[in-house]
Design a protein around this ligand. Structure first.
Ligand SMILES: *[C@@H]1O[C@H](CO)[C@@H](O)[C@H](O)[C@H]1NC(C)=O
Length: 877
């Protein structure tokens, strides 16, 4: 018996281990490229050139969620769960599902021929596969519960904090006279009246588009998160509180739609932040869209509409609970229901950098407006941890795109000092069998500790609280009164948690670094937070400048393109270097890409250059922003795709187009490709000959039994298959043998140059691109954001001209009868509409277009600082 029991435990843990390894193996590479189709399918290289990757797996606006090849079943049978991807984006799964119904007006769209109804639940694997990484969660998640009568909907309630910060330890907002920060905006020359007329015309055009989309939302989806711009109706991927409503408030004000603004506030008053059909709050998305939206609207309207601030406080009271962890690092996906909130929790071991690093501006602004330091304390602790980590990563100066925020070093669990599993019972003197494994592994850390050490749980149930008492495991916080279910202690009362600050996720042997979706706004918020704090916290300047050293050295590169335009893109770097290791260049590998999400960085470089007096970064800012402009200009629609790959220049100073090098990437192994095609042909030929022989044999024999006839048909069928293959030119064909087995067609193997040309044509590859990893455009703002900032900071008309072209391209291809819609393929002359309009279209994209052509005094960047969702916060004066 005993042996069987032990064996069972062993098997269970082996399974966990294998699944964990499996999970890691797959989660190692999150890049879109990793999941897209192979460059050339050599086995079939006699056919047409490979088509575009079937799947995009880009992260979404501010993020993150890679598409998971394994599609777990929805866990909640009662809920209709529609996946969206990551903070601020929709999964391609969702978005690549073109819509059946044509738009309600005459806007031409293509009718899609295939509807994919796949739904996706989250991005993490359910249950046991994902015990240690916690509920990774995702920004967008549509949940619609059936409206069953008598269903009780839980509401969030406030509970006493488990790990409160005593008031004397609270990190307080800096006080004192704000420092003088160099002016951001350029001195603008006075415009002629003709120029003014032309500009105002453009402004009116943009405002008309804005009104069109806003009206579409109002009449179809008011109070919901998003309008469905093609079919009509709504979507609720952000808790159903009205993401577009809140996100759009300050745009209404800025565009002079005051009546609409006031009416919208009445709708905002109706929001109930204490409940949702969705069980977890995606904290980052909620902070930048809802909290940022309320605060931006409050500030821009002269702080006259108190309801906006009240609503922000209401929401923040819920959100502040995410910081109630032993190390005060936040839970990024917050299960808000009382039975969860009432329990102690640790932050996750895998947190997306952009999510944890971009809460600072919103909570700081709220602290300033309410004079309540607890909001500032919450984010100042994150900044402190990021600062400590900054020079201790696999690419010093930058932070990995995922961090372990749990505060506990996982290795400790494996340490020999820990009692082996099962020992606890023996120590108790009670030779009781281990309790059965729970069906599903818990997803928060302390429950997981219970899970792997069941004796702890057992004790919990009956014993006095004293046994579970542990001293607080943090030094900046006071000793805690014991919590009812003390986490992370073994039966000896020792803490399992070997403390640490922010770190690489457990067991990771490499980390990724970049400026894209999973990290972006963490960097963006450093100079912005510096401005919001009136320059009084120098930490943000130091961290930004340090990070920029690494960005300049490792991330930025010049792509090889056909004209000699000197542009820059940002690579993603994977480093296997140990955090304390030397500058080992071999430990770095690069993905040379252009992504729409990264386009924000041009504006960031420009702002940093001015406020921190780093003039050379201004040239970099222009080159980087121009790279995004180029990416718009080079496609059929005039719109940049979500993500693609390019070739880096070998020399940034001079980088002539090298056709040989480019072709080598598009057809890297032509000899192998040719040989492979021949081998395949020979094999098929042999098979056909064999089939022919067999057939002849059969035909000679009398076909008296069923079996034989079937075989004959089979042979004919298989032999004949070749005919229907859309092989190209045909050297054929003696092959009309009487008995019917067709001889395979000798493939015409394309020459290197022809193959490359065919690929370029087939994949609609703009010159310079080597691969398009995601072809869609989902109404994103980042490129026009940087163009707008470049214009305001330099006064150079170049940016207005480029911005107008972008505006025309974007609106021409996305407008529907109701609003505007994401499109599936910017390289196609007639892209399909994806029936999705994220709230950032009204909150950001159209706002930036509008501000580009408004008078520069409207939302002056010397008076306001915009959060990552383009919500303007008043800067101190
Ligand atoms: C162009 O690329 C090829 C292949 O990478 C290389 O051998 C050649 O030297 C390059 N030509 C120039 C002028 O750099």
């Amino acid at each position: 018996m005993l042996r069987i029991r032990r064996y069972r435990v062993f098997v269970a843990f082996t399974i966990i281990f294998v699944l964990t390894v499996f999970h890691f193996a797959r989660s190692r590479d999150w890049s879109p490229a990793a999941e897209s189709a192979p460059l050339v399918d050599l086995a079939e290289s006699n056919g047409p050139p490979p088509t575009a990757p079937k799947q995009d797996s880009t992260s979404s606006q501010h993020g993150f969620v890679p598409e998971d090849p394994v599609k777990p079943e929805p866990k909640k049978p009662a809920a209709e769960v529609v996946g969206g991807a990551g903070a601020a984006g929709a999964t391609d799964q969702e978005l690549d599902t073109p819509q059946k119904t044509p738009p309600k007006d005459s806007t031409p769209i293509n009718k899609p021929d295939k509807i994919d109804s796949t739904v996706q639940y989250g991005n993490s694997l359910p249950g046991i596969l994902d015990p240690d990484f916690g509920p990774q969660g995702q920004g967008r998640l549509e949940v619609t519960l059936p409206n069953a009568p008598g269903r009780t909907i839980p509401h969030w309630r406030k509970f006493p904090e488990h790990f409160p910060v005593p008031s004397e330890k609270l990190i307080k907002l800096p006080t004192g006279q704000p420092k003088k920060i160099p002016k951001l905006q350029a001195q603008f020359a006075k415009e002629s009246s003709a120029e003014q007329v032309a500009r105002k015309q453009k402004l009116a055009t943009i405002k008309e588009a804005f009104e069109h989309a806003w009206n579409g939302y109002k009449s179809n989806a008011m109070g919901h998160d998003e309008v469905r711009p093609v079919e009509g109706g709504y979507r609720d991927p952000f808790l159903g509180w009205g993401a577009t409503l809140v996100d759009t408030l300050d745009s209404l004000w800025i565009m002079g739609m005051e009546d609409e603004f006031v009416a919208a506030i009445d709708e905002v008053k109706k929001i109930d932040f204490t409940t949702s059909d969705r069980k977890d709050i995606p904290v980052f998305e909620t902070v930048i869209r809802y909290l940022g939206g309320l605060l931006g609207a409050y500030d821009i309207s002269g702080q006259k509409y108190r309801a906006l601030l009240d609503k922000a406080i209401e929401l923040a009271e819920i959100l502040i609970g995410v910081f109630d962890t032993p190390n005060r690092m936040p839970l990024m996906y917050y299960n808000w229901a009382p039975d969860y909130v009432s329990q102690p929790h640790r932050a996750n071991t895998r947190v997306v950098l952009a999510e944890i690093g971009s809460l600072s501006m919103e909570f700081t602004r709220l602290a300033q407006l309410t004079k309540d330091d607890k909001y500032y304390d919450a984010i100042a602790r994150i900044t402190n941890e990021l600062e400590k980590m900054q020079d201790n990563t696999r690419l010093p100066g930058m932070w990995p795109i995922q961090v372990d925020a749990s505060g506990c070093k996982k290795a400790r669990r494996k340490s020999p000092q820990l009692p082996p599993l099962g020992k606890a019972e023996e120590a108790d003197g009670a030779n009781v069998p281990s309790p059965p494994m729970p069906l599903r592994a818990p997803t928060d850390v302390e429950s997981y500790m219970n899970y792997i050490n069941p004796s702890h749980q057992k004790r919990d149930a009956g014993s006095s609280a004293q046994e579970d008492t542990q001293p607080a495991v943090y030094d900046t916080l006071p000793t805690q009164t014991p919590v009812a279910r003390a986490p992370l202690v073994n039966e000896a009362g020792e803490s399992y948690c070997e403390e640490q600050g922010l770190a690489s996720p457990p067991y990771s042997s490499s980390d990724k670094f970049g400026l894209g979706g999973q990290s972006d706004s963490t960097y963006e918020y450093l100079p912005k937070e510096y401005m919001l704090l009136g320059g009084l916290v120098d930490q943000y300047r130091k961290m930004y400048q340090r990070s920029m050293e690494a960005v300049r050295d490792y991330i930025l590169f010049r792509p090889m393109i056909k004209d000699d335009r000197d542009i820059r893109f940002a690579a993603t770097v994977t480093s296997t270097r140990p955090p304390t290791g030397k500058d080992d260049l071999d430990a770095l590998s690069y993905q040379y890409e252009g992504t729409h999400l990264t386009c924000f960085a041009g504006g960031m470089f420009a702002v940093g250059a001015k406020i921190f007096d780093m003039p050379s970064d201004m040239a970099l800012a222009a080159k980087f922003t121009d790279g995004c402009v180029w990416s718009y200009e080079i496609t059929a629609t005039g719109i940049m795709p979500e993500s693609f790959e390019v070739l880096p220049c070998q020399n940034d100073a001079s980088c002539p187009w090298n056709e040989t090098r480019y072709n080598e990437v598009l057809d890297p192994h032509p000899e192998y490709r040719v040989k492979q095609a021949e081998l395949v042909y020979e094999k098929k030929l042999k098979l056909a000959q064999q089939a022919q022989k067999d057939l002849e044999k059969l035909e000679k024999a009398p076909a008296h039994d069923q079996e034989n006839r079937i075989s004959q048909r089979d042979l004919k069928f298989h032999g004949g298959e070749e005919k229907s293959t859309p092989s190209k030119t045909v050297e054929d064909t003696s092959g009309k043998q009487a008995s019917g087995v067709a001889v395979p067609v000798k493939p015409s193997v394309l020459s290197h140059e022809d193959f490359v040309q065919a690929r370029i044509k087939e994949e609609r590859m703009p010159p310079g691109f080597t691969k398009i990893t995601s072809r869609k455009y989902i109404l994103r703002p980042e490129a026009i954001e940087s163009v707008f900032i470049m214009y305001r900071l330099t006064g150079d008309n170049y940016w207005r001209e480029k911005g107008w072209k972008m505006y025309e391209a974007v609106t021409a291809h996305t407008r529907t009868g109701l609003a505007h819609s994401a499109i599936n393929d910017v390289t196609s002359g007639a892209p399909q509409l994806l029936d999705s309009m994220e709230s950032f279209w009204l909150a950001e994209t159209l706002k930036y277009f509008y501000l580009l052509f408004s008078d520069p005094s409207v939302v002056s960047l010397d008076e306001y600082v915009l959060n990552t969702e383009a919500h303007p916060f008043k800067r101190p004066t």
